[in-house]
Design a protein around this ligand. Structure first.
Ligand SMILES: C[S@@+](CC[C@H](N)C(=O)[O-])C[C@H]1O[C@@H](n2cnc3c(N)ncnc32)[C@H](O)[C@@H]1O
Length: 325
């Protein structure tokens, strides 16, 4: 019988086969986060150009009480909450919220979900030490795989957290599908607290995805290293280059890996070679930016009602608190 990691490896291999056989080629962005990818992402959050994490941390740390009050006022009958976080990362911002909730004697069950096992185990260890009263049940895997089998207690009000502009990794249309799926797992009155990166000076946005120290480039190229490591690929990393664009028409950053020469790459696990033409691109990530109008439309079309928007002082970012209707 296959063990769990073999199943994971097969899914990874299948997705790589599909992506590298397509035209144009692509690699799903959820594969960024092996141990090295998670470490590099942590470095990205500290870069001067990467304003997103700082803006959202400012929102959550300076408006904690206001955020808590909306949850409290809009769920007068509820005493216990299931806090379900999709794609936790290091959970630093979530820790600020949890700390405040616990200080108000809220009864909290925390279910962190992440596709990076190392990220999840480090977070669980930190949170158990920091919050001995918190009931915590980490769930490893892809959001929807986990949510499909997840049967939370129906008597507890759910708060879904989707921070860090993770929603931006879907196009606008894909986001609607994603949010509708989420909504079907929720009951009327449950909450979604969701972080959106807002439209702003296109130059400022682009710099966040193409930093001067080249950490984002390393993060992107790490996808190829991961294929080499886990699937026995022979990508020569020097023969690919990170390239990011921002289109102010559809308000999306797109990241690519560009082949610098005609080349063929063999992947042992797939027993297949893939040809790359000089300047051919592999599409690796979309980071969709939002206007308040688009956010309003997203909420309405997926059967939520916006209760309140929380902005940072520069209005770069918004954490939007929605309730299922
Ligand atoms: C951009 S980071 C954001 C982390 C955190 N939410 C924050 O605001 O700092 C994305 C996180 O989501 C996880 N992730 C990405 N795609 C995922 C998926 N499909 N299912 C589960 N976790 C995923 C990654 O491992 C990573 O920890």
């Amino acid at each position: 019988m296959q063990n769990y990691s073999e199943i994971e490896k097969n899914t990874f291999a299948e997705d790589i086969l599909k992506g590298l056989s397509s035209n144009p080629k692509f690699i799903p962005s959820k594969y960024f986060y092996d141990d090295e990818g998670a470490r590099l992402f942590q470095k990205i959050t500290e870069l001067p150009e990467y304003y997103l994490t700082r803006a959202e941390t400012e929102i959550i740390s300076t408006q904690t009480e206001q955020i808590f009050n909306v949850f409290k006022q809009k769920s007068k009958d509820a005493e216990t909450f299931d806090l379900i976080e999709l794609g936790t990362g290091d959970g630093r911002k979530t820790a600020i919220l949890i700390d405040f909730f616990l200080k108000q004697n809220t009864n909290l069950f925390y279910f962190p979900i992440d596709i990076s096992p190392r990220t999840l185990s480090t977070l669980a260890e930190n949170f158990r030490r920091k919050f001995p009263k918190l009931q915590i049940e980490p769930k490893f895997g892809d959001y929807f795989q986990v949510l499909k089998d997840f049967k939370p207690n129906p008597t507890r009000r759910k708060i879904l957290l989707f921070l860090g502009s993770n929603i931006g990794n879907f196009s606008y249309e894909q986001s609607i599908e994603f949010l509708k799926k989420l909504r079907r797992l929720m009951r009327k009155g449950d909450f979604l607290f969701i972080g959106f990166d807002l439209q702003k000076d296109p130059r400022l946005i682009l710099r966040a995805y193409d930093d001067s120290q080249g950490i984002t480039a390393e993060f992107n190229l790490n996808l190829l290293r991961r294929i080499n490591k886990e699937l026995g690929g022979n990508f020569d990393i020097k023969k690919f280059s990170h390239y990011a664009t921002y289109s102010p028409i559809d308000c999306a950053v797109r990241s690519f890996l560009i082949s610098l020469e005609n080349q063929s790459v063999f992947i042992e696990y797939l027993q297949r070679s893939f040809d790359f033409a000089k300047w051919e691109a592999i599409f690796t990530e979309i980071s969709q930016k939002y206007s308040l109008q688009l956010i309003e439309q997203l909420a309405t079309r997926s059967k939520f009602e916006i209760q309140q928007n929380f902005f940072d002082s520069k209005r770069y970012f918004v954490d939007s608190l929605w309730q299922a209707v």
